[in-house]
Design a protein around this ligand. Structure first.
Ligand code: PLP
Length: 453
């Protein structure tokens, strides 16, 4: 499907254009760890699409008209109306980002010995479930028949699990779209089946709606029944099957910070409002400024627009396709982001020499590109000798919304192509210091040079 950027650009930010020699020196000084490189030295920052998008003229204009009042400001009222009409829920609370509302909701709903079932709980939700004393069990589908909706939850397995633990000790969080594996969408049929199961067991059903709008577009383009329905209506239908939803508006809400909780349960809303007062702020601002709420209101509307979503999803797919043609091992099917198998891209580097990390370093040195990872690659096993046996050595590319152009994508493709062509010259890596995580680890290329001559 063809697409074009449904906007033109009137404010620009210069790219950080450094020489390869400068980048080698910078990376060396950062312990050969691209996560440690300062933003001013990164040309293309593809580490996350969360809060990194460009705002529209309408968002900036609305921010200038914000009401910064503490109680029920004009800006809050606009956001409240927008969220209610977008989701169909009766109650909403704003928050500074998604994890704040995850924390609130899970701590309110949790009871001792409870389990959260999910298609694949996100990292921060997992942490918040842990803090609330909840046990987590993922029951993802092992791929849908034509791979259109690989984010689905396995309803049959879930039923068995619910029978085992008992409905009073369970809740379900469906991540829409599922971040892992590879940013895959969830089907409407799966949402409907899941809702029927949760209602019959009387188990709370929650949506993590981080990428609800992109998911609506996938339903529109992959399920014939919805091909003529606007994404806004598809999303409304999706929401109608859930008891509660929490959203990080930093993704599909097209704003730099913000999130919300929406529910039909007045008791949950009341409890969450009280808790929120102590941790985030009063229920009509939730830690946000009036300006933030204004940009979120407009961003939520722009983010569910069909033309925008076509550009968003199809440009990501096209970028993945051109990388594949350049010889990059992109994981199929392409969903909300691009996942690259580093071990297959650099097969001459054994996994104990961290090929995905070496590829990440090569991308930074060759083109100033920063990505992220799906899991901890460097963590050693208990004996401290073998590499993390669970690691899949996957690099993750998330594209900030409305930021990079087709010209940038073609340039990044050329950088990848150059790396693949001379891959034999890329050295494996050695860990010098691993204290807590991949983000702060210190490494070096095996022969102290990333590219051999
Ligand atoms: C699926 C999912 N849920 C929750 C979150 C947390 O949102 P936030 O970063 O706004 O706290 C994220 C963030 O990336 C996410 O991808």
């Amino acid at each position: 499907m063809s697409f074009m950027e449904p906007f033109r650009i009137k404010m620009v930010e210069p790219l950080a254009l450094l020489t390869m020699e400068e980048r080698i020196k910078i990376l060396e000084d950062c312990g050969w760890n691209p996560f440690q490189v300062e933003g001013r030295h990164v040309t293309f920052d593809l580490a996350t699409d969360s809060g990194t998008g460009a705002m529209s003229q309408d968002q900036w204009a609305a921010m200038m008209q914000a009401d910064e009042g503490y109680f029920s400001s004009r800006s809050f009222k606009k956001l409240e109306d927008c969220v209610k009409s977008l989701t169909g829920f009766h109650f909403m609370l704003p928050a500074h980002q998604g994890r704040a509302v995850e924390h609130l909701l899970l701590s309110i709903l949790s009871k001792p010995g409870m389990t959260v079932f999910s298609n694949n709980l996100f990292l921060t939700t997992r942490g918040n479930a842990d803090l609330a004393g909840l046990h987590v069990v993922d029951v993802p589908c092992q791929g849908s028949p034509d791979s259109s909706f690989n984010g689905d939850i396995d309803c049959e397995r879930l039923k068995v699990e619910l029978e085992k633990v008992g409905p009073e000790r369970a809740m379900v969080v469906l991540v829409v779209a599922s971040t892992s594996p590879a940013g895959q969408p969830v089907s409407m049929a799966n949402i409907q089946d899941l809702s029927t199961i949760c209602r019959s067991f009387d188990v709370p059903l929650i949506m993590d709606g981080c990428r609800y709008a992109e998911n609506a577009y996938f339903i529109k383009t992959r399920d014939n029944e919805y091909k003529n329905m606007p994404c806004k209506d598809i999303a409304l239908k999706m929401f109608s099957y859930f008891d509660h939803v929490y959203v990080s508006a930093k993704k599909d809400g097209l704003c730099n910070t913000g999130g919300f909780l929406a529910t039909n349960k007045e008791d949950v809303y009341n409890k969450a409002s009280v808790r929120m007062f102590y941790t985030e702020g009063y229920k009509t601002y939730g830690g946000l400024t009036g300006r933030d709420m204004e940009s979120m209101t407009i961003g939520l509307r722009e983010g569910i627009d069909d033309k925008f979503l076509q550009y968003r999803v199809e440009s990501t797919r096209m970028f993945g396709d051109i990388l594949k043609k350049a010889g990059v091992h992109v994981i199929d099917p392409i969903g909300c982001g691009i996942y690259i198998n580093g071990a297959k891209c650099l097969p001459h580097i054994p996994t104990c020499q961290y090929p995905a990390f070496a590829l990440h370093c090569a991308l930074y040195v060759s083109g100033g590109i920063r990505c992220s990872q799906v899991d901890d690659i460097l963590k050693l096993d208990e004996s401290n000798e073998r590499e993390n046996p669970k690691s899949q050595h996957i690099l993750r590319i998330q594209i900030p919304r409305r930021v990079y152009t087709l010209g940038h994508m073609l340039h990044i493709r050329d950088i990848f192509k150059g790396i693949i062509e001379k891959r034999e010259s890329i050295s494996g890596m050695r860990v010098i210091d691993f204290t807590s995580s991949d983000l702060s680890a210190v490494l070096e290329p095996l022969n102290r040079k990333l590219f051999s001559d």
